[in-house]
Design a protein. Structure first.
Length: 256
């Protein structure tokens, strides 16, 4: 089942609609996109920028992930929401599979259209633009603008503009992903160094186990951590150090 998480959109970096008839609009967009490498801040900027570039009411960003595909979008109340989205149906699935842009002013007549996304968003989709986000031959996700303002329709020019914008977005998204990966690797090395120091300076087992648990929490995003020490001779668990587990499970965890 798709779960929705909500997050308030921060104060927009672009306060007015972008005039795409000028030569400088892409320069302005690129400057704004390059103002941060933080993925959460970047998603806020992408969503806001997409709406302003094609004058749409809503925008969506689907980011491909090895474990789950995350769909981010701006709601009518200007809140950013997140859905763990299945790519087994709908127009987003078609764009991911074919890696081609799509313009639909009557999406309900398209064979790939699914009402599930409408129900989750709580918005009637009247028209949309959808473009793949591709960097160095790799699909990063999909960018989508939904419902042209004032009941107008999207044009081929809108699709061209969104495609141009998507080229910039894929570049900064890729940089953000590489930055996050490098930062995580750096953190892992720092944590391993600290654990090594603790192991060599402390003889107190509880203190060492506590340090290991704190280090794991820094490196891995998790709700619970457990260390189970097994006796070499009996092959039974002789000591447990846990944090974050349901207290009702503690008896089961202590079973030999």
């Amino acid at each position: 089942m798709n779960k929705i998480k909500e997050a308030k959109i921060k104060e927009p970096r672009i306060r007015k609609r972008i005039d795409t008839s000028t030569k400088d609009w892409l320069v302005e967009s690129f400057q704004v996109l390059n103002s941060t490498l933080n993925i959460d801040e970047l998603i806020d900027i992408i969503l806001d920028l997409t709406c302003k570039a094609v004058d749409s009411e809503l925008s969506l960003v689907l980011l491909k992930d090895k474990k789950t595909d995350q769909l981010y979008y701006i709601s009518g109340e200007k809140e950013r929401k997140t859905i763990a989205w299945s790519l087994q149906e709908g127009i987003l699935s078609w764009v991911v599979e074919n890696q081609k842009p799509l313009l639909l002013n009557q999406p309900e007549k398209d064979i790939h259209f699914s009402e599930n996304l409408e129900q989750l968003m709580g918005v009637k989709i009247n028209n949309l633009l959808s473009v793949p986000l591709i960097r160095r031959g790799r699909l990063l996700g999909v960018l989508e603008a939904v419902n042209k303002k004032d009941s107008r329709i999207f044009t081929e020019k809108d699709l061209d503009n969104l495609s141009l914008l998507s080229n910039q977005i894929t570049l900064v998204l890729d940089n953000s992903i590489l930055y996050r990966r490098a930062k995580k690797e750096s953190l892992k090395k720092e944590v391993l160094l600290e654990v090594g120091k603790s192991l060599s300076t402390s003889l107190d087992l509880d203190e060492v186990l506590e340090k290991i648990i704190e280090s794991v929490k820094q490196v891995v995003s998790c709700n619970a951590v457990g260390i189970f020490l097994v006796d070499r001779k009996t092959q039974e668990i002789e000591q447990i150090k846990i944090e974050g587990y349901d207290p009702t499970l503690e008896i089961d965890l202590n079973l030999k």
